[in-house]
Design a protein around this ligand. Structure first.
Ligand code: NI
Length: 183
């Protein structure tokens, strides 16, 4: 397994819709290695999600991990979603802090759907169909956007919250310091 280079804003991969993964690529060595490398890269960068275009790979695939999902005892389980479709469930948009491994250090308040339905395949090609809410829903929407050439800055409704993480820590009171979803 290796830690891959994460491309930054300005790299065309972040603005290009990704290609679907072909069925015969699934359950293959190449995809298994890509998934293992992406999970390792995401963890090394202290991220909660990573989409293939962020490592310069033109495929509809993302990985993520919900912090504290397993009660903090056992390590959160890495999830893999291939060729996803994400649709919002009813509910008012929720604002929370996000950051992006491809836009280092910047944080902003981003509105997201509180609950989404996710369809896709796992890395073995088995169908996925589940609902995600809260932080997981936010991560899934952020990563799904990456597969369509969209970054969190595009989703912000008011750029005035855009801040460097160091400045947030310096100027916000301790209780207000966010723990942003960075993916
Ligand atoms: Ni991102």
């Amino acid at each position: 397994m290796s830690v891959l280079d994460i491309v930054r804003l300005g790299h065309p991969a972040l603005r290009t819709p990704a290609r679907r993964v072909e069925e015969d690529q699934l359950a293959g060595e190449e995809i298994d290695r890509l998934v293992a490398d992406m999970l390792k890269t995401m963890r090394a960068a202290s991220g909660v999600g990573l989409a293939a275009p962020q490592v310069g790979v033109d495929l509809q695939l993302f990985v993520y991990e919900v912090p504290g999902e397993s009660g903090g005892e056992e390590r959160a389980r890495g999830r893999v979603v291939v060729n996803p479709m994400v649709e919002p469930e009813p509910g008012e948009m929720v604002y929370d802090w996000e950051g992006c491994l491809s836009i280092p250090d910047l944080r902003g308040l981003v509105p997201r759907h509180p609950k989404v339905r996710v369809w896709g395949l796992d890395q073995a090609g088995e169908p996925l169909d589940y609902e995600a809410e809260g932080l997981e829903a936010r991560i899934v929407q952020h990563e799904f956007d990456h597969l369509n050439g969209v970054v969190f800055l595009d989703r912000m409704r008011d750029l005035r919250s855009l801040s460097y993480s160091q400045e947030l820590e310096r100027y916000l009171s301790e209780d207000d310091i966010p723990s942003p979803a960075v993916g």
